[in-house]
Structure formats: structure tokens, C-alpha cells
Design a binder for this molecule. Structure first.
Ligand code: NDP
Length: 399
């Protein structure tokens, strides 16, 4: 019987909600490319409830315990002697979400001799040292597509918030002001702007589709070209280099995975090739950007705004400069963990566990590493190696 360790974010300060703002959520059964939403044999939760925090347990306890397995759930994941570290010695499966990642470094993997599978309840497995997982023959799986559309909505919201100067204007209302000139002296229309995505995968393509009705000019950079029909439908300009995309775009959004090839792709040098006053929206991974280069670009005016929800490390320490830099629209990492998304990735995690325990194949589209090498989606989108360096800094966050 297996021991499953599940690392989840803390419950709300006042405890689990006693009631919810809405009574139901739309049930999505298929994604835009035809892939089906998760299909576990059963679920033991009500879609629309909080599942991603410790007491929500991703709705897994009944299923695991009734099959004789042990479930340990904790938010204590960083620093010497964390609960996660204490539980690793006999853990067979570790589950965590990118929002509050269990950084599965080579050191941690070495502390877990029985570890067979690491599951990302969400998308993006860069918090696991994929090379170390390959070396140990550990399977890494994630719930591909579960929250891609959720993130795309956040990207478009953030673009509009930055370009239209929404957040400072909202704050004038809270302060009791009516300071129209203060609000609008940094406010523009999106209409007519050139907007580019770095990567046109599930999120990037969805962002392009959501933006189309705004009458903007759309650009993308990707190693693989989209089908000609899609390029025509959205009137897309394809770029083969970051420099060529950033030279012409007023708004740039990052939608590629973090892996050794993409780490710090946005740095002092690449920022020089942006148009002065460009906006950058990053909901992919904090480490795609050099942290301090972003601050410098906002202070100098090279960037007019930076927004998104991904940081490095997570949780971001209280003194992380992105909390206080000018003209930002940052949130904690929330875009892919709306209540709607949680229902999908909790079901997807259950599906992966059902397959694992029944010794049935896990869907190819959920696989990142299997049998000592990159597999499934992982083989398409990731490069071998490790992007977890520096993650021990997460221990600096004070609750
Ligand atoms: P997909 O796998 O569908 O798309 C990733 C795309 O990135 C692919 O089109 C891939 O290109 C492209 N890509 C990979 N490397 C490069 C590179 N060096 N340069 C340009 N493009 C590259 O994943 P999703 O769209 O669903 O998710 C993308 C990322 O967003 C995730 O990896 C994750 O980090 C992040 N994410 C964030 C969430 C949040 O809550 N904020 C939630 C979900 C995801 P190709 O395959 O053509 O080679």
C-alpha cells in the first residue's frame, strides 16, 4: 500500500468558506483541440468547492484510504526539517501544485528511496529536477490542459489592466479621490496595438483567440509553426526570434514552459530589444525573467508595465522586489487555480492515481518523464535538465 504526500497551499485565513459566491460552475468536457477533460471513474468532491488548499485535499482522501493507502497533506514544504522532508523517507507518490510547489530537487529525491511518481496537480513540472527524476526512473505527470484557458483569461485581464491603468485608478476610488488626470495620464487603448506571444501552445493560442475581437495586430514566436488556416483566421505574424517579435510589439506575453533553454530568456540584453514603453505579461514562470532586470526596466521606463502571477521562488519572500516595483499588476500565483480549474485538476490527479494503482497507462498527454526519459507532452515541450536552482529561497517567506 502506498504513502501519498500531498503539498497544498494554506486554507483561507478564516478557514474554509461556509458558502460560495456561486452555486455551480460550467462543466467543461472537452478542450478546444478535442482532448477530453479528466475522466476519473468517480470523484468525491463537489465541483466549485475549494480543493487546492490543505483542507480541500484535492478531494482524494476517501478514494486513497478506502483503497488502503495513506494520505499526508501539508503546506509545510520549505526550510530545514519541513513536514515534506520528514515524510519523504517512505513516500511513494508526491503531489503538489505549481502555485505552492514542492520543489523536488535532487537532494529531496535522494531522501525518498521509495518514490515512484511525482504528480503536478496543474501544468508545469519545472519545480521537479527532471534530470534527477529521469536518473531515478521516477514518473513525472501533470494534468495537461486543465487550466490553460483559465490562465489565458488572466493574461488578457492583465494586459487590459496594465494598458488601461486600471489598478491605480481603482486605488484612487478606495482612497476617496476623483483624480481623473492622475488615472488617465498612463491610460491607453489596446485597439490597434501589436501584441505578441512567446509560444503559441495551449495558453498562447487561446490568448491570441481571445484577443482577436479587440482589433489588434497579433504576433507569435514558436519553434513549431501553427497550421496555415489558424495563421490566416487570426491574421498572425510568425517570428523566428525573440528580438524580431519584441522589436515590433507593444505588448508581449510569455507562455512557454520553464526549462534550461528558456530560463532568464528575458534579461537586460533582451529587454533592450523591446519597444520603449512596452508591457510584459508573464503567467508562465517567474524564472523566465531575470528578476532584477525587470525592476530596472520598469524604473527606467523601458517597460511601461509588468504583470502576471508567477514568481521565483514561490511563495515569494516578503522582500521580493516585484512586490514593490513601479507599474506592476502582480497577483500571487492564482491564474490557474480558480475554483473552476481546481475541479478539473483534482479530477485529473485522481485519474492519474487510478491509472497508476491499476497499472494502466497514464494518458500520453499527461506524461512529462517516464522510463528514464522525457515522455509524452514532456518530450515535446521540455528539455532535459534542472530548473529548480535557488528554490531554497522560498523558506524566507514568513506566514
Ligand atoms: P503547452 O505545452 O501547450 O505550450 C507550451 C508551448 O511552449 C509550446 O507551443 C512549445 O512549443 C513552446 N515552447 C517551448 N519552448 C519554447 C522556446 N524555447 N521558445 C518558444 N516556444 C517554446 O503548455 P500550456 O500552454 O498549457 O502552458 C505553458 C506554460 O504555462 C506551462 O509550461 C506553465 O509553465 C505555464 N502555466 C502557468 C499556469 C499558471 O497558473 N500561471 C497554469 C498553467 C500553465 P513547441 O511545442 O511548438 O515546441
Amino acid at each position: 500500500m502506498a504513502k501519498v504526500v500531498c503539498v497544498l497551499y494554506d486554507d483561507p485565513v478564516g478557514g474554509l468558506p461556509k458558502s460560495y459566491a456561486r452555486d455551480d460552475i460550467p462543466i467543461i468536457t472537452k478542450y478546444p483541440d478535442g482532448q477530453t477533460a479528466p475522466t476519473p471513474q468517480a470523484i468525491d468532491f463537489k465541483p466549485g468547492e475549494l480543493l487546492g488548499s490543505v483542507s480541500g485535499e484535492l478531494g482524494l482522501r476517501k478514494f486513497l484510504e478506502s483503497n488502503g493507502h495513506t494520505l499526508v497533506v501539508t503546506s509545510d514544504k520549505d526550510g530545514a526539517n519541513s513536514k515534506l522532508d520528514q515524510e519523504l523517507h517512505d513516500a511513494e507518490i508526491v503531489i503538489s501544485q505549481p502555485f505552492w510547489p514542492a520543489y523536488m530537487t535532487a537532494e529531496r529525491i535522494a531522501k525518498a528511496p521509495k518514490l515512484k511518481m511525482i504528480v503536478t496537480a496543474g501544468i508545469g513540472s519545472d519545480h521537479t529536477d527532471l534530470q534527477a527524476a529521469m536518473d531515478r526512473g521516477i514518473t513525472v505527470a501533470e494534468v495537461t490542459y486543465c487550466n490553460s484557458n483559465s490562465v489565458a483569461e488572466h493574461v488578457v485581464m492583465t494586459m487590459l489592466a496594465l494598458v488601461r491603468n486600471y489598478i491605480p485608478s481603482y486605488n484612487w476610488v478606495i482612497k476617496g479621490g476623483w483624480n481623473i488626470a492622475d488615472c488617465v495620464s498612463r491610460s491607453y487603448d489596446l485597439e490597434g496595438m501589436h501584441i505578441g506571444t512567446v509560444a503559441a501552445g495551449r495558453i498562447g493560442l487561446r490568448v491570441l483567440r481571445l484577443l482577436k475581437p479587440h482589433d489588434v495586430h497579433l504576433h507569435y514566436l514558436d519553434r513549431h509553426r501553427l497550421p496555415e488556416a489558424v495563421e490566416k483566421e487570426l491574421n498572425l505574424t510568425h517570428h523566428t526570434s525573440l528580438e524580431s517579435l519584441t522589436k515590433v510589439c507593444d505588448v508581449v506575453t510569455l507562455n512557454c514552459p520553464l526549462h534550461p533553454e528558456t530560463e532568464h530568456m528575458i534579461n537586460d540584453k533582451s529587454l533592450k530589444n523591446f519597444k520603449r514603453g512596452a508591457y510584459l505579461v508573464n503567467t508562465a514562470r517567474g524564472k523566465l525573467c531575470d528578476r532584477d532586470a525587470i525592476v530596472r526596466a520598469l524604473e527606467s521606463g523601458q517597460l511601461a508595465g509588468y504583470g502576471g502571477d508567477v514568481w521565483f521562488p514561490q511563495p515569494a519572500p516578503q522582500d521580493h522586489p516585484w512586490r514593490t516595483m513601479p507599474h506592476h499588476g502582480m497577483t500571487p500565483h492564482i491564474s490557474g487555480t480558480s475554483l473552476s480549474a481546481q475541479a478539473r485538476y483534482a479530477a485529473g490527479t485522481r485519474e492519474i492515481l487510478e491509472c497508476y494503482f491499476a497499472k494502466k497507462p497514464i494518458r500520453n498527454e499527461y506524461l512529462i518523464v517516464q522510463g528514464g526519459k522525457l515522455a509524452g507532452v514532456g518530450a515535446h515541450s521540455y528539455s532535459a535538465g534542472n530548473a529548480t536552482g535557488g528554490s531554497e529561497e522560498a523558506a524566507k517567506f514568513k506566514r
